[in-house]
Design a protein around this ligand. Structure first.
Ligand SMILES: Cc1ncc(COP(=O)(O)O)c(C=O)c1O
Length: 463
């Protein structure tokens, strides 16, 4: 029995990581079993830390979904690169409060360097400011907060001091297939659904640029933000970003890009043309915990107007030690005050992969998504209902009777129960579909083939 809790955790973590490729992906325990396992009364006294860790691993084990498995294709969940996991452990052990340079000098410089690498890889202007946030939800919120500041500032209104009441207002133009986090970001920023104008999307989920001009021209006086999307969560489709930037800028609007995973196309020479023109936007949100495959939680926001970014997020307090010589104080670019030094795993992942490794990771996932699509489409009673432009595949199962609406959710359920691979369902433009997202560094062609065989076996069994 190990007596050091860190050693005990290392042993359990290694067992988990080493077993990922072969373990059953779905959890084995019901909610009642988990509550019974965890639900001790609050202990009156202390317990041996190594024993607590051993028991935690035992209690949690049956309730863990193996999201880092090479055959986990649900949501858009990348696995974690071993180097990023290791850097994350160091981050925990170092326990830096990475809000200020004064409190976390190494963390701030690692973020500064990683930010430079990221802007280079993602093809963004070198002068952008960067925030390492918890995920794309907060990256969207931060980018939109900077946009809210900038468009109101141009209208002579300082939203940070005067608030929104009595302001000229902000109109937000979004696509019909935007991600749910955009709406929540707007709620958090005091921008209600009545201030949102929706541009219809096409059959792949792309904003219709031909409708955008009309929507923009319907109101040429209200300060405006346009939200574009690179990578629809269902289809992977990318908005026509060059046209959107051009149309929006011609009318003085701010362009925010939600590129949670799609912005990473810019890191692949073969896919970069899909996002050409994105560099002309004003703010960009993406994730490191998706396609860069670092552990949760790790999102990124970039802003072409560092002054607006800082105006929206900056914070001062007399007891803090603010940077005096342009050192990075992350809390000026983040919505958090105290914060984890989440730049370390990003830095380690980028340093380990290099430019070529990131491009290869993105290309490989897309090639594997096409492999999925080709194999599934070739089977009877299966249809792929999106253009597989990135790493997302949408599948329906019409079967022999053509009743895909009944069959598709049943196949998803059967695949989850089977456990060979794990994916989930969605409703795409009113019809149920199965989503396949390939985002994990460790997924191989053999994993895809094994998963396709399991999906087809389940579809056959559903009948
Ligand atoms: C397009 C898009 N935007 C935003 C998000 C939210 O990202 P996060 O879960 O990191 O907050 C997602 C998540 O899948 C997404 O696909």
């Amino acid at each position: 029995m190990l007596t050091d809790p860190a050693e005990a955790a290392g042993k359990h973590a290694a067992e988990w990581l080493n077993g990922l490729a072969e373990r059953k992906i779905s959890p084995n325990a019901s909610v009642d079993e988990l509550r019974a396992a965890f639900g001790h009364g609050l202990p009156e006294g202390s317990a041996d830390p190594a024993t607590v860790i051993a028991e935690l691993a035992e209690d949690a084990g049956p309730g863990l979904l193996a999201t880092a498995s090479p055959r986990f294709f649900s949501f858009v969940v990348g696995g974690s690169l071993p180097v990023a996991v290791a850097a994350d452990w160091l981050t925990t052990a170092w326990d830096q409060n990475a809000g200020l340079y004064a409190a976390a000098p190494a963390a701030m410089v690692a973020e500064e360097v990683a930010a430079g690498w990221l802007t280079d890889l993602l093809g963004l202007p070198a002068s952008v400011s960067t925030g390492f946030v918890t995920g794309c939800q907060m990256a969207n919120t931060t980018g939109l907060a900077a946009g809210r500041h900038a468009v109101l500032q141009r209208a002579g209104w300082d939203v940070e001091t005067r608030g929104l009441a009595g302001s000229p207002g902000v109109r937000v133009v979004v696509g019909g297939e935007r991600h749910a986090t955009i709406d929540r970001a707007l709620r958090l920023l005091g921008l209600g659904t009545q201030q949102v104008a929706v541009v219809p999307a096409d059959g792949q989920g792309r904003m219709r640029a031909d409708h955008l001009a009309r929507v923009l021209d319907a109101d040429d006086s209200t300060p405006t933000i346009v939200c574009a999307q690179l990578g629809n969560v269902n289809t992977g489709a990318l908005d026509p970003i060059a046209d959107i930037v051009e149309l929006a800028h011609r009318r003085g609007a701010w362009v925010h890009v939600d590129g949670a995973f799609g912005l990473w196309a810019a890191a692949s020479p073969s896919l970069a043309p899909l996002v050409a023109g994105a560099e002309g936007a004003d703010s960009w949100a993406t994730d490191a915990h998706k396609w860069l495959n670092v552990p949760y939680d790790s999102g990124l926001v970039f802003c072409a107007d560092p002054g607006a970014h800082r105006a929206a997020m900056g914070v001062q307090a007399s007891y803090l030690i603010h940077a005096e010589h342009q050192e990075r104080d992350a809390m000026d670019f983040n919505p958090e005050f105290s914060r984890r030094a989440r730049g370390f795993p990003v830095y380690a992942a980028l340093r380990s992969l290099g430019r070529g490794g990131v491009a290869d990771l993105v290309d490989r996932c897309c090639a594997l998504a096409r492999r999925f699509a080709t194999a599934l489409e070739a089977a009877d009673g299966v249809e792929v209902c999106n253009d597989v432009v990135l790493n997302q595949v949408l599948v329906r199962f019409p079967g022999r009777d053509g009743d895909a609406d009944r069959r598709t959710p049943a196949v998803v359920h059967a695949v989850q129960a089977d456990g060979t691979c794990w994916l989930s369902g969605t409703v795409w433009q009113g019809r149920p579909a199965m989503r396949v997202s390939v985002s994990n560094w460790s997924t191989t062609p053999a994993d895809v083939d094994r998963s396709v065989a399991a999906i087809l076996r389940c579809a056959e069994a559903v009948g």
